[in-house]
Write a protein that binds this ligand. Structure first.
Ligand SMILES: Nc1ncnc2c1ncn2[C@@H]1O[C@H](COP(=O)(O)OP(=O)(O)OP(=O)(O)O)[C@@H](O)[C@H]1O
Length: 505
């Protein structure tokens, strides 16, 4: 049977049923209906067989469906969850229907159980009760719990008690007991999960465990990056266990001597300022970022730095040793960044921003001030804002975008905010972008005017660059100190749960 007709069969079964009717009369043999809906998930619960007066055995099953208005699903219309109980005239018809679902890639856990397939290991959920507009617990109770129970997938849940809790647990957990580690949060808890994995001695093996996220924060950048515009789609991907390999970036801090990993981005200047400062508008919920973006746009700080970038096409290839049986040596000096656990950072050590052999694309303080500087591992930096056009989940690079002109276009930036994406022609914003394998950033300071440099809130010095005066580096939306960093892309380092229909082109 062709794939289309299998789905048609499933849809035709659905089209016969009212949204939540009780038991129905026997269905007639299925016929194909044209229904403006796509069925992406079905599971059966409470199957029962009984013999009627004529001695015929009928099978009754409750089917649970997730139906989308279009396929691939879009962000405009949420999917519909519905269930219906109906009777199959014979066990043959029941088995045929279940097999059709199964062949169409629809989850039928009871069918798996009948086929003797081993049950899945539990999924480990990290739920942040305080992220975003505090919706994580509600999303867990009203969607994740029932959908996973319907699909017959076991799970464990940890409500995070403090910042860093998820990272602490992931560093120690026996991940082999779980089929996936999933953050129900904004990007903050996923950031912790990724860092927890990469800071283990056995990161080579641990990195293969599927990682997922159900957006329950305020920005939820991973929703569009993974094709999960609604939580149901993220849950569906967990049920179906659809994963893709994904790059991450490492950020080595040379002064505070630490290494941080990011699934999303590293931002400095405008984007970092607006992101970190948006926290003061948390009470506004999802609008906090827009308000913060406008607020900072009219008070743009002028930053100075030495920056060296290694473009992807000039980057030498290095193979990582990813043998999952290997353990990194025990770390004895916690300040020696060369011995930190996690992938080898080839371009990090002993290279200054001015080292043109490693970082041939140079930006100097004479070419600055800088207003806009981001390094994105993925296209979307919030649930709606597309900040990069030339990067995908596994593009072996990040997209570094910065203002190449001494002035950015505020009008261009407002236009970009309204359109919720950077323009294809970046010149309209006064910025440029490069696919980069690595870069080194030595920030020097910031000021309001060309000759005035502000320290904290009071002191103004003329013509002098001052370090450490309140600027931020933001990594996956989390604040870090503004200091010299080297940033590298690491190919296909994690195994990310994403929608099967995600089209990254
Ligand atoms: N129980 C907790 N109490 C306080 N902070 C927590 C707790 N659990 C997690 N955190 C921290 O809360 C921060 C924000 O979390 P999260 O990413 O879930 O929400 P958000 O910042 O609103 O979302 P987004 O990243 O989408 O804007 C993260 O830094 C995370 O480490």
């Amino acid at each position: 049977m062709a794939q289309g007709s299998k789905v048609s069969l499933a849809v035709s079964v659905l089209s016969r049923l009212s949204a939540s009717g009780p038991s129905r009369p026997r269905p007639r043999p299925p016929t194909t209906h044209s229904v403006p809906a796509r069925l992406v998930f079905a599971a059966t619960t409470s199957d029962t067989s009984s013999e009627n007066a004529t001695g015929t055995t009928t099978t009754r099953a409750t089917l649970h469906f997730l139906v989308t208005a279009t396929f691939p699903p879009t962000k405009e219309k949420p999917p519909t969850r519905t269930s219906a109980t109906f009777e199959f005239a014979s066990s043959v018809q029941y088995n045929e229907a279940m097999a059709a679902f199964k062949r169409a890639g629809i989850a039928c856990p009871q069918f798996d159980a009948q086929a003797g397939l081993a049950p899945r290991k539990p999924v480990y959920f990290f739920v942040n009760p305080f992220g975003g507009v505090k919706e994580a617990v509600k999303i867990f109770d009203s969607l994740i719990n029932p959908m996973l129970e319907t699909a017959g997938i076991p799970f464990e849940r940890l409500d995070t008690q403090f910042k860093g809790h998820a990272e602490e647990v992931v560093q120690k957990v026996d991940y082999t007991k779980y089929s996936a580690l999933v953050a129900v949060s904004g990007d903050g808890v996923l950031h912790e999960v990724v860092n927890g994995i990469m800071s283990r001695r056995d990161w080579r093996a641990a990195r293969t465990v599927p990682i997922g996220t159900i957006g329950a924060g305020s920005s939820n950048a991973m929703n569009p990056n993974l094709g999960h515009h609604f939580p149901e789609y993220g849950i569906l991907s967990i049920i179906k266990n659809t994963t893709r390999p994904m790059d991450i970036i490492s950020i080595t801090f040379h002064e505070s001597r630490k290494v941080v990993y990011s699934h999303l981005n590293m931002a400095w200047t405008y984007i970092a300022d607006l992101d970190i400062e948006s926290d003061q508008f948390r009470w506004m919920g999802r609008e906090k970022t827009t308000l913060s973006a406008l607020n900072r746009l009219f008070r743009l700080r002028k930053y100075r730095a030495n920056i060296g970038i290694l473009p992807l096409d000039l980057s030498p290839r290095h193979d990582q040793d990813l043998d999952p049986t290997k353990l990194d040596p025990i770390q004895t000096d916690p300040t020696d960044t060369t011995t930190f656990y996690g992938p080898t950072r080839y371009f990090t050590h002993n290279h200054a921003a001015t080292d043109q052999t490693t970082f041939p694309l140079q930006i100097t303080p004479a070419q600055t001030p800088l207003y806009y500087f981001t390094a994105n591992n993925l296209p979307y930096i919030s649930s709606t804002f597309k900040a990069s056009n030339n990067v995908t989940m596994a593009s072996s690079c990040m997209e570094v975008t910065y203002n190449s002109e001494r002035k950015v276009s505020r009008m261009g930036m407002i236009q970009s905010l309204l359109n919720e994406r950077v323009p294809d022609d970046l010149k309209a914003m006064g910025v440029t972008s490069v696919q980069a394998r690595a870069f080194r950033l030595d920030p020097l300071g910031w000021g309001w005017g060309m000759h005035e440099w502000k320290r904290g809130s009071e002191e103004v010095e003329k013509g002098k660059l001052i370090k450490d005066v309140g600027g931020h580096i933001a990594i996956s939306g989390e604040p870090y100190s503004m200091e010299s960093v080297t940033v590298e892309a690491h190919d296909k380092m994690i195994n990310m749960i994403c929608a099967s229909w995600l089209d990254e082109d």
